[in-house]
Design a protein around this ligand. Structure first.
Ligand SMILES: *[C@@H]1O[C@H](CO)[C@@H](O)[C@H](O)[C@H]1NC(C)=O
Ligand SMILES: *[C@@H]1O[C@H](CO)[C@@H](O)[C@H](O)[C@H]1NC(C)=O
Ligand SMILES: *[C@@H]1O[C@H](CO)[C@@H](O)[C@H](O)[C@H]1NC(C)=O
Ligand SMILES: *[C@@H]1O[C@H](CO)[C@@H](O)[C@H](O)[C@H]1NC(C)=O
Ligand SMILES: *[C@@H]1O[C@H](CO)[C@@H](O)[C@H](O)[C@H]1NC(C)=O
Ligand SMILES: *[C@@H]1O[C@H](CO)[C@@H](O)[C@H](O)[C@H]1NC(C)=O
Ligand SMILES: *[C@@H]1O[C@H](CO)[C@@H](O)[C@H](O)[C@H]1NC(C)=O
Ligand SMILES: *[C@@H]1O[C@H](CO)[C@@H](O)[C@H](O)[C@H]1NC(C)=O
Length: 351
């Protein structure tokens, strides 16, 4: 009797797990893109819309990809099993939201949008032009995130000097302040916004430097792509290290109590960052990094990240022929409000 009950309960648990997976029904990969920083929200049609900003460096344009179907947020993809690659075949869901003037700041990348407050959304776009790395702020009134983004200044300090860096990420902290993070290649900084100056001005740190250092490793080529997910009582500070589209591109999380001051790392840097996402020989997903977090189809936090697929040892010389980067998404798992290490899902696995 007991064992029948257990079998029954086990079967129920398996069933509910299966229905949970198929309820979300997300097919990875989402598309041939890189550096996702999505936001999602429920629109007046009652549906959750997924917004993935993306920069096309060749065209010098910023796009907003928007869809109610997370599997079709970029161009839809279909596996080409013979070549192990993924081909786009569905309608383009991208809307051009900003044109960079070619030859001035012609190389936009890694746009990240965030909800500034109830009536303002702001997007920060990295731009690698002749004047060096700059961050462009774009503004939207929140009515339609697919259009009407207007230029709102190049990010600068309160003294008017421009910020030099890329991979911006902005967030609202429960302490009431707004912060901007970015990298200068080896070092990730955090700064407090000075909202009285608008959407594009940040404060110098007390010692007159460019910001508070939150992560740094000089021995690795890149420490980049900062992202913050606030979950319960923890600020999950994510960043990625090593070379993009290499198997060693890997994501760390540094969990910090929301009661501590993000600008005072002395109080929280005693804890160690945890590697939460890395290449997996088992699933054939490599180079897992440059992440963004968003609310997924189950109304819980998900992660989107750049990766590539390979059955054979990776040959980086391929980079000249073909940029292999795809974006995948999967649900996050927490313990004590801290993001737990996860295995990247196999491409085409349904969630
Ligand atoms: C960027 O634009 C070029 C030119 O239109 C196009 O060939 C390329 O596929 C685009 N890249 C992405 C990632 O969409
Ligand atoms: C979402 O997109 C996937 C992949 O193209 C497709 O298989 C699925 O049917 C779509 N779901 C809905 C509800 O349209
Ligand atoms: C960007 O430029 C294209 C032409 O290349 C134009 O069709 C589009 O309207 C422009 N979009 C914006 C938001 O400026
Ligand atoms: C939203 O932000 C803008 C710009 O900082 C500010 O002027 C406005 O008062 C804010 N609105 C609310 C409701 O906080
Ligand atoms: C980045 O910042 C660190 C710490 O301030 C500095 O040592 C390093 O030289 C900077 N790197 C670049 C490329 O500016
Ligand atoms: C701040 O950044 C600028 C531009 O990268 C650099 O020239 C300057 O040395 C930095 N200042 C400090 C104190 O790190
Ligand atoms: C990561 O891999 C790339 C090539 O795939 C290599 O050039 C680089 O040295 C590696 N970095 C580390 C820290 O292992
Ligand atoms: C994949 O397997 C090879 C051979 O066993 C090993 O050398 C390599 O470190 C593994 N890579 C990862 C990312 O696990």
């Amino acid at each position: 009797m007991v064992s029948i009950m257990y079998t029954f309960k086990f079967a129920l648990a398996v069933l509910s797990l299966l229905s949970l997976c198929s309820a979300n029904n997300v097919i990875n990969p989402l598309g041939h893109q890189a550096d996702p920083q999505p936001i999602s929200r429920i629109e007046s049609d009652g549906k959750r819309w997924y917004y993935f900003p993306s920069a096309n460096r060749t065209e010098a344009k910023v796009y907003m990809f928007a869809s109610t179907n997370l599997s079709q947020v970029y161009l839809g993809t279909e596996p080409d099993t013979q070549n192990g690659r993924y081909w786009e075949h569905l309608p383009n869901t991208g809307h051009v939201i900003f044109n960079f003037t070619k030859n001035v700041h012609q190389l936009p990348e890694a746009p990240a949008a965030f909800k500034w407050n109830e009536s303002h959304y702001v997007m920060y776009v990295s731009s690698d032009g002749p004047t060096g790395n700059r961050l462009y702020a774009l503004h939207n009134d929140g009515k339609d995130l697919k259009k009407d983004w207007t230029f709102s200044g190049v990010v600068q300090y309160t003294d008017g000097s421009p910020l030099v860096g890329y991979d911006a990420f902005a967030f609202n902290h429960p302490n009431g302040n707004k912060y901007l993070m970015y990298t200068n290649v080896t070092t990730i900084y955090i700064n407090k916004f000075a909202p009285e100056y608008g959407f594009a001005t940040i404060e110098h740190v007390k010692d007159g430097g460019n910001g508070t250092v939150v992560a740094s490793r000089y021995e690795d080529p890149f420490t980049e792509a900062p992202d913050v997910l606030i979950q319960g009582k923890k600020l999950n500070l994510l960043y990625t290290q090593n070379d993009f589209f290499s198997p060693n591109y890997t994501t760390f999380n540094h969990a910090v109590s929301t009661e501590l001051d993000p600008l005072d790392p002395e109080t929280w840097k005693t804890g160690q960052p945890v590697q939460v996402l890395a290449s997996s020989n088992t699933t054939g997903v490599y180079g897992t990094g440059s992440v963004g977090t968003f609310i997924g189809p189950d109304n819980k936090p998900w992660i989107a990240y750049t990766c590539f697929y390979s059955d054979e040892p990776f040959n980086r010389a391929d980079e000249n022929l073909y940029d292999p980067r795809q974006i995948q998404a999967q649900p996050l798992v927490f313990k004590d409000d801290e993001i737990q290490p996860m295995i990247p899902v196999k491409p085409t696995r349904h969630f």
